[in-house]
Design a protein around this ligand. Structure first.
Ligand code: MG
Length: 340
């Protein structure tokens, strides 16, 4: 049993939450995988070598030897050729540039510098959902314990290894391969994040994580956060995942509202505008920019944005949130947004 900061005790049996172990190759639809549970993969592998005249596909070779792979359902002809991939430069910038880490460190350092002023000002709140309390019940707001809300992916955890695999395989995001990656618990901390969390702990500010990772991978996410020093082993359940409760949809407003009744929210940190404010369904790029401008006073004070050039609402809005559209169609829509 873990103590729940939300006012009641919640039975958190992580063993029950832990999903059955899956392997990368289980998401492949190849008939080979139906035989695999009955026969040794390596026996099948050797038999197929003999039958095929030593010309097995690379994917099958990899799978037979247990090499993790990201499944792509698109025809091989459409896979990246010559290393070309729409995310290549963005990911290389994130993984190799000096500037990426400089930006994330300066963001977390600015957040740390703001902790003091936020703590001493009893009317300070970062939550739009707390705005009414700010004007109507300032004493109630001042009496609430202080907390910060952080997104997880590309805010405190760097999942660029998953993106790198997509580029290597010419693939696209797939919830199945994504959840398998999450269960590896191998994501590293974004530079500067651990130092900020430590500063919050020292100032007795509660750290809350609001993520759109699914509830089924909450246990793995918690373990990854503990491994990276972003959460303590004995922390209560401060990780609010998508669908953990019925109203907790991908729009994070319901979770911010839930927290706004229990904490004074000093700061919000995230890599997507949805981490800060509700944008409605399928917001256009124009609407997103307008909303960011509407709250311009909050940036750098109560709201801290981390850079994510790889994915997010900014990208999905460019192809009208049609995630399942053909890749070529998405690229065409993206290109139509270029300004020259
Ligand atoms: Mg994120």
């Amino acid at each position: 049993m873990l103590k729940n900061p939300f006012g009641r005790t919640r039975n958190i049996n992580h063993r029950l939450c832990e999903p059955a172990e899956l392997k990368w190759d289980q998401v492949n639809d190849d008939p080979f995988y139906e035989l695999a549970p009955m026969l040794s993969k390596r026996v099948v592998f050797l038999a197929m070598i003999l039958l095929s005249g030593f010309s097995l596909p690379t994917d099958l070779l990899n799978a037979a030897w247990g090499v993790p792979q990201v499944t792509s359902e698109e025809p091989k002809a459409n896979r990246s050729e010559g290393g070309a991939h729409e995310d290549l430069d963005a990911l290389l910038w994130l993984q190799t540039s000096a500037e990426f880490a400089a930006i994330t460190r300066q963001t977390f350092r600015l957040a740390e510098m703001n902790l003091g002023p936020a703590l001493v000002d009893p009317t300070w709140t970062a939550s739009v959902e707390q705005q009414r309390m700010f004007t109507q019940q300032p004493r109630k707001l001042a009496a609430l314990p202080p907390a910060v809300i952080l997104d997880v992916d590309e805010t405190v955890l760097d999942n660029s290894a998953y993106q790198a695999r997509l580029i290597a395989n010419g693939g696209e995001f797939d919830p199945k391969t994504w959840n398998l990656f999450v269960q590896e618990e191998s994501a590293i901390a974004v530079p500067g994040a651990v130092e900020f969390i430590e500063a919050c702990r020292a100032a007795r500010v509660t750290v809350l994580y609001v993520t759109n990772r699914e509830y089924e991978v909450e246990y793995a996410t918690r373990r990854n956060l503990v491994k990276t020093g972003l959460m303590e082993e004995d922390d209560p359940d401060v990780l609010l995942t998508k669908n953990e409760r019925k109203p907790w949809t991908s729009d994070k407003k319901s979770r911010r509202t839930h927290l706004a009744g229990q904490y004074r929210i000093l700061m919000i940190l995230g890599d997507d505008l949805n981490d800060f404010v509700s944008l409605g369904k399928k917001p256009t790029p124009e609407h997103r920019r307008k909303m960011a401008a509407r709250y311009s006073d909050r940036w750098g004070r109560q709201w801290m944005a981390l850079p994510n050039p790889n994915y997010g609402g900014w990208e999905r809005s460019l192809y009208d949130w049609e995630d399942r559209a053909e890749r070529k169609a998405k690229l065409k829509l993206k290109r139509s947004n270029l300004r020259d």
